[in-house]
Design a protein around this ligand. Structure first.
Ligand code: SF4
Ligand code: SF4
Length: 190
């Protein structure tokens, strides 16, 4: 692995600072025991395992980490977080990396996952909770796979996994406020 950044460079330190601020975690606390990786149910599919992601963040390897498939494949199951002897919330670090990758346009690694994230949030913002049928239709439409899994639809409707009824949430205005506050914070940062 070619590590181009030097740990002491300003850019490397800035990356560590950004991730620490966004995740609230102490990146230096990781001592590379590998317990997060050993427990991660998705490590087999990742290009960088969770412990390696932590090490690369410590080294300020911005490009390598933000371009990885790993941050999009992470399912936020928090197994790594519960196993870490240093109490590093690795799942929160993964979240912070996804946010940064999205803000900076690094979504090519798993374009469909990034698209799903976006569609999911839009759906929650509009309805106050997820409307599964609308989410699936939007995902298929925007990803260019209009009829993907279409055959499963009737069975899922019959089993009550999907509903044609649009959900109504009383707290939808509270949800809107959360999204508004997020937008405001993003605007302040920019
Ligand atoms: S939160 Fe992500 S990195 Fe951690 S164990 Fe689950 S899938 Fe793996
Ligand atoms: S379990 Fe914690 S200390 Fe061990 S490698 Fe993972 S993040 Fe680092």
């Amino acid at each position: 692995m070619n590590l181009s950044a030097d740990l002491t460079s300003a850019a490397a330190q800035e990356f560590v600072r950004e991730i620490e601020e966004s995740s609230g975690e102490d990146i230096a606390a990781c001592y590379q025991c590998g317990k997060c990786t050993a427990g991660c149910p998705l490590a087999f599919a990742m290009d960088l395992d969770p412990a390696r992601v932590m090490r690369l963040v410590q080294l300020g390897q911005r490009e390598m980490v933000l371009q990885s498939h790993t941050i999009w494949l992470c399912a936020s199951c928090e197994t790594c977080t519960t196993r870490c002897p240093q109490e590093v919330d690795v799942a929160r670090v993964m979240d912070a990396l996804r946010r940064l990758a999205r803000e900076e346009g690094y979504t090519a690694a798993e374009r469909e996952v990034a698209l799903f994230n976006e569609n999911f949030l839009r759906n929650v913002c509009a309805r106050g909770r997820v409307h599964e049928l609308e989410l699936v239709l939007r995902q298929n439409l925007r990803s260019g796979h209009l009829f993907r899994d279409a055959g499963k639809g009737p069975l899922m409707l019959a089993k009550g996994k999907f509903s044609l009824r649009v959900p109504k949430t009383k707290e939808v205005t509270a949800i809107w406020r959360i999204f508004e506050n997020l937008e405001k914070r993003r605007g302040e940062k920019a």
